[in-house]
Design a protein around this ligand. Structure first.
Ligand SMILES: [Zn+2]
Ligand SMILES: [Zn+2]
Length: 257
């Protein structure tokens, strides 16, 4: 199974990243997309295992107050030229509002336009910002941008807006929490647009909830998604892995696993 979203270059993994990766491979994680920022940290980590790790580059909405416009866009361009498979995570977070909303929209819009220009998918973070997210994803999609709404916790209407333009919807460990109420969305996403992720180090799934999350915990989320969709974890793993490889244009493995 493929973890489509993990912050393995985060400070939280300094010191035992090698063990974290070892545990991931040992439970059958076959690839991890490391979500990066404007630094080289995610790229450098991904280069240690180029067939099993890839990376993204972008400006998170929480960091958008510091977005420097063309200078940061140029930095993302450099990281894409160095192999970043996606732009992000970027988007809108009106729940925490760590950045003024107008600044968030400016940074998100710049990254969507870069994604159109460079033909790279976007990894989108959206929280309590559905109307603006829907408007911006429609504009981006009309410009040819592909993407994923990651760590989905929104309404069926938001998911439907993504599905309408063939964007993926990704579920994290939140979907295993007792207070999760969006199994309707898990059921509504068509097979070819379904992704799963850990969002490590955040949001460890039940039964690991409360711990630092890591890719090895992804099977718990796969199991929940499978039960909602009336299928097997193995089938969910195969489906979501193929979808992520297509979205991020990762080479398909020729070895069997
Ligand atoms: Zn996020
Ligand atoms: Zn994230």
């Amino acid at each position: 199974v493929l973890d489509s979203h993990a912050h393995l270059a985060s400070d939280r993994f300094v010191g035992d990243c090698a063990e974290v990766l070892q545990r991931a491979w040992s439970v059958g994680i076959e690839h991890i997309v490391i979500i990066g920022d404007l630094t080289d940290a995610a790229r450098e980590l991904a280069q240690t295992e180029p067939t099993r790790l890839s990376f993204s580059a972008g400006v998170h909405p929480h960091e958008a107050a510091a977005f420097r416009g063309e200078e940061d866009v140029t930095r993302i361009r450099v990281l894409v030229a160095a192999g970043a498979v996606a732009i992000g995570e970027c988007g809108l977070d009106y729940h925490y509002d760590f950045t003024p909303r107008e600044r968030q929209r400016v940074a998100f819009d710049a990254q969507l336009r870069l994604a159109a220009e460079l033909d790279r998918p976007v990894v989108v973070h959206s929280r309590d910002a559905e109307d603006d997210t829907i408007a911006m994803l429609r504009t981006a999609s009309a410009a040819g941008v592909r993407g994923v709404l990651h760590c989905f916790t929104g309404s069926l209407a938001l998911a439907q807006a993504a599905i309408d333009v063939s964007w993926c919807v990704s579920f994290s460990g939140i979907a295993t929490f007792k207070n999760w109420e969006r199994d309707d969305v898990i059921a509504a996403v068509p097979d070819h647009l379904l992704l799963i992720e850990t969002d490590a180090p955040y949001l460890a799934p039940v039964p690991q909830r409360g711990k630092r999350n890591e890719p090895a915990f992804l099977p718990s989320t796969a199991a929940h998604v499978a039960s909602v969709r009336g299928t097997t974890p193995t089938a969910v793993a195969a489906l979501t892995t193929a979808n992520a490889r297509r979205l991020f244009r990762l080479p398909t493995l020729t070895t069997t696993s």
